[in-house]
Design a protein around this ligand. Structure first.
Ligand SMILES: [Zn+2]
Ligand SMILES: [Zn+2]
Length: 395
């Protein structure tokens, strides 16, 4: 069995190149579903490494690569996912590799995720004799707009996969540390539209119309009762109205108002019940106030629920490669969402956090930088997880 020391020395050799790759990706970021150059760059790097198979244009600009081990004990397949897209934000940092694309930057650190997975590919290609089964590398487009993961799955990304893992660079955590959690990790994210049709009139004669702004305000208020009075106090539920559009002038009561909002939760039961509760409240208020309701609910992305066995494996690998003191147990899930959840509908898996720096600014902000220091620990983790999973399986 290969030692972690040997793997670490291979990772050390590869790291400078992986760091350069990250800087290149950082300099040339591309928005969701426009990752054409990014995909060609990844493809070129993978061809240089030499994979057992390579598929491009999966679900858009996605890439699926395969590395087969040459041992033949038992065949299992592990998928590892990295997202490749950037965000519509103007970078403010003065890095030598600052984004040259105006208004676009890697503010979520997907440059880091991609370079870590490319580094992992390079490491595992050198370690073929050390594992059986295969590693499937998933380079996913359009994570930020949510949709890339589902399309990758439709393109066969998860066919025959026994487990799937991913990481997300995490500000506020030192490089060389990881954050793990079994069970609920990230929330589901669904959206709704509420259109209130009232009757417009002169603002000085409100009794001649039906004021959709007043009705809308009641709905906004009432929806807040869902998490506080209709869900268990121990459940995490967010129902937020995030847009309220109505009216054009000081002296006109408009004919309609439009609300938009987001719904987040951590259990399948809440996810099923929440649209029913929201519609019931909106319908009841509209009826009482003589307004008409148009209600639309859009299922977005499901919860990211980390599998116990796969997460335990990440804990063991983390302790082995980074030290037990650097494996941080996360005490709460995030109410943010990740389209990584889509892969977990096909196989158990886990997503963990990778420290990128204690003083790093937050994700999705104009000064965010994944940085160079997290690259090697990321590769060590992915390579270590692959070797352990394929040779031993989950603990
Ligand atoms: Zn993001
Ligand atoms: Zn992200």
């Amino acid at each position: 069995m290969i030692t972690s020391r040997k793997v670490k020395s291979i990772v050390e050799e590869i790291t400078p190149e992986a760091q350069n790759i990250r800087r290149h990706l950082h300099k040339y970021p591309e928005l969701s579903d426009l990752e054409e150059e990014t995909a060609s760059y990844i493809e070129a790097k993978l061809r240089m490494i030499g994979l057992d198979s390579l598929e491009t244009n999966v679900g858009g600009h996605g890439i699926i690569g395969t590395i087969k081990g040459t041992r033949s004990e038992n065949f299992r397949r592990l998928a590892i996912r990295a997202d490749i897209d950037a965000l519509p934000i103007q970078e403010t940092c003065d890095l030598p590799y600052k984004s040259i694309h105006t208004g676009v930057m890697h503010a979520c650190g997907h440059d880091g995720h991609t370079s870590v997975l490319l580094g992992t590919a390079a490491a595992l290609a050198k370690l073929r004799a050390e594992f059986s089964g295969e590693v499937r590398l998933l380079f996913q487009p359009a994570e930020e707009t949510v949709g890339g993961a589902v399309r990758m799955c439709a393109g066969g990304a998860m066919e025959g996969v026994d487990a799937v893992v991913a990481l997300h660079g995490w500000p506020g955590m030192a490089p060389g540390r990881i954050g793990v959690r079994s069970g609920a990790m990230m929330a589901s994210s669904d959206t709704f539209d509420i259109i209130i049709k009232g009757a417009g009139c002169h603002a000085a004669m409100p009794h001649k119309g039906i004021d959709p702004i007043v009705v809308g305000s009641m709905i906004v208020q009432a929806l807040q009762n869902i998490s506080s009075r209709e869900c268990s106090p121990t459940d995490s539920v967010v129902v937020s109205v995030t847009c309220f559009n109505a009216g054009t002038a000081y002296n006109i009561i408009p004919g309609s108002a439009e609300l938009k909002g987001t719904v987040r939760c951590l259990t399948a039961e809440n996810r099923k019940d929440l649209p029913i509760k929201i519609e019931r409240i909106a319908t009841g208020i509209c009826e009482a106030m003589r307004a008409e309701l148009v209600f639309k609910y859009h299922l977005g992305i499901g919860m990211t629920i980390n599998d116990q066995g796969t997460t335990d494996l990440v804990r063991v690998v983390g302790a082995e490669y980074l030290g037990a003191e650097n494996v941080i147990e996360l005490d709460e899930p995030s109410m943010g969402a990740e389209d990584f959840a889509a892969y977990m509908e096909y196989a158990p898996g886990t997503m963990f956090r990778l420290g990128v720096g204690v003083n790093t600014t937050n994700l999705h902000t104009p000064a965010y930088n994944f940085g160079d220091e997290a690259v090697a620990p990321g590769i060590e983790m992915f390579a270590g997880i692959a070797l352990k999973f394929l040779n031993e399986g989950p603990e």
